[in-house]
Design a protein around this ligand. Structure first.
Ligand code: SF4
Length: 454
């Protein structure tokens, strides 16, 4: 354990600010765990921390701008403390980070969690900016523990890092490197630990969870992993985040259909449906095959909820290609779909493609697609009226409890609103009375536990 000498007799206080996605949140929790194991105090609310770590996202232009702003603020208010900039943004832009986000004391990339005690010490000792950006690597075994932030009953569990696909719009493989799976025994050990500390819902995250195991076991090991996780005591729900369409094999579908804890929930980011757009995106298949896949999954997995994401305004997207996507969205009847306007990212192949779509057209297409999807989502939600579903209580406020069902991944999907106050983290079965585009509204549950005021 390193010795910290910044303030004699007192260990430094570290504040971690996390930007971006669930995977970054897991990284921050691992950094916090490693620092606590080394004897440091990690306090998200510290007013005058000795060190502030900003764990950045660098995926899109908008995330870069947000990160630069947060870092500026941290630098302005650091006083005698130090600032470390870590994560995807420095990994992506390398030495340019000091120009984009000046004034920090140390710049690190992704995947160096176990080194953070040493990096904090170096930042404390630094007189000028230190650059510690190495090629991305993920040494799972080197991470000793994880200090959870957020609700104890729902946890993200990272099963792999990086990505071997080469979608032409995406910077992630350049930022996070090639796909590296966490060994099954490590994932299961982590799942047991999360369950022992109160997690009933495990959200498995990876860039492509269906690619799990190819690098270390030379086979698609997701079904095997799911069988082992299904046996972990205390876990009630296992949710898969990000299935790659051409890798959803019959074995994956069977595991989802038969393992009791694996939720009937499929998040399959498709990005588009027109064969020409998909070819330019370097994505597999086309709308027809996607429809057949979804049909097959729905036939095998009762009540399957399907979520997807689309990109509109990809270079060369004609009105005809876009209308094809609208038709596809109507026909596929996704429970939920997120859509993004194409962001022209330096260093990605699509950045220099001809036929860049004007910003105004992109925005209009986004609105048109979201209007179509709103109608579909409403219809999918309405089908639940009068039916019972099991929900996980998240937060009680103003006479209602915000809950999630198997159809609702944390943060991105809708809610089930239940009258009365349920204990956060508890599960109960409710009957759906009415719905809107985003949320479902339940009748008061019979076994309602009224919480004492205060
Ligand atoms: S599969 Fe996802 S993370 Fe991988 S390159 Fe494509 S969009 Fe990026």
């Amino acid at each position: 354990v390193p010795q910290y000498a910044a303030v004699p007799g007192k260990q430094p206080v570290v504040r971690i600010v996390t930007l971006g996605c669930a995977k970054n949140q897991v990284d921050s929790e691992e950094i916090a765990g490693v620092l606590r194991d080394a004897g440091l105090e990690v306090d998200a609310a510290a007013a005058r921390p000795d060190v502030t770590i900003v764990n950045t996202c660098g995926f899109l232009q908008a995330s870069k701008e947000e990160a630069a702003e947060v870092i500026r603020k941290a630098v302005r208010s650091k006083g005698r403390g130090k600032v470390i900039v870590a994560g995807c943004l420095p990994q992506r832009i390398g030495g340019d980070i000091a120009r984009v986000a000046p004034g920090a004391d140390l710049y690190a990339g992704v995947g160096q969690m176990a080194r953070f005690p040493e990096l904090v010490q170096r930042a404390l000792d630094a007189d000028g900016p230190v650059h510690e950006i190495e090629p991305p690597h993920h040494r799972w075994a080197a991470v000793t523990s994880r200090a959870r932030a957020g609700s104890p009953w729902s946890a993200y569990l990272k099963v792999s890092e990086g990505c071997d696909h080469r979608c032409s719009f995406c910077a992630i493989p350049a930022i996070r490197g090639p796909h590296v799976s966490k060994p099954i025994e490590r994932v299961v050990e982590e799942a047991r630990h999360l369950a022992a500390t109160g997690a009933v819902e495990l959200n498995l995250v990876a860039q492509d969870v269906t690619h799990y195991g190819f690098d270390i076991y030379r086979e698609a090991a997701l079904p095997r992993l799911l069988r082992e996780l299904d046996a972990v005591e205390g876990v009630a729900w296992i949710r898969l985040l990000y299935l790659y369409p051409s890798r959803v094999t019959p074995e994956v579908v069977e595991a989802m259909a038969t393992l009791p804890k694996v939720l009937p929930y499929a998040d399959i980011p498709l990005q588009h449906a027109h064969p020409d757009t998909l070819r330019r995106m370097r994505r597999p298949w086309e709308g027809e095959r996607y429809l057949r896949l979804i049909e097959r999954m729905r036939a095998a997995i009762p009540d399957l909820a399907v979520r997807t994401t689309f990109i509109v305004g990809f270079p060369g997207e004609t009105e005809r290609e876009f209308e094809h996507l609208l038709d596809f969205a109507r026909e596929a009847r996704f429970d939920r779909a997120g859509a993004f306007v194409y962001s022209r990212e330096p260093g990605t192949p699509s950045h220099d493609m001809p036929g860049q779509v004007p910003a105004k057209v992109k925005r209009q297409r986004l609105e048109r697609l979201m209007r179509v999807q709103a109608g579909v989502s409403l219809e999918r939600n309405r089908a639940w009226t009068g039916r019972d579903m099991r929900v996980l209580a998240e937060e009680a406020r103003d006479g209602w409890t915000a809950c999630r069902s198997f159809r609702d991944a944390p943060e991105v999907d809708g809610l089930v609103l239940v009258p009365g106050a349920l204990r956060p983290g508890s599960m109960t079965t409710v009957r759906i009375e009415r719905t809107d585009v985003h949320d479902l509204y339940a009748a008061p549950p019979r076994n309602l536990v009224r919480m004492r005021p205060g």
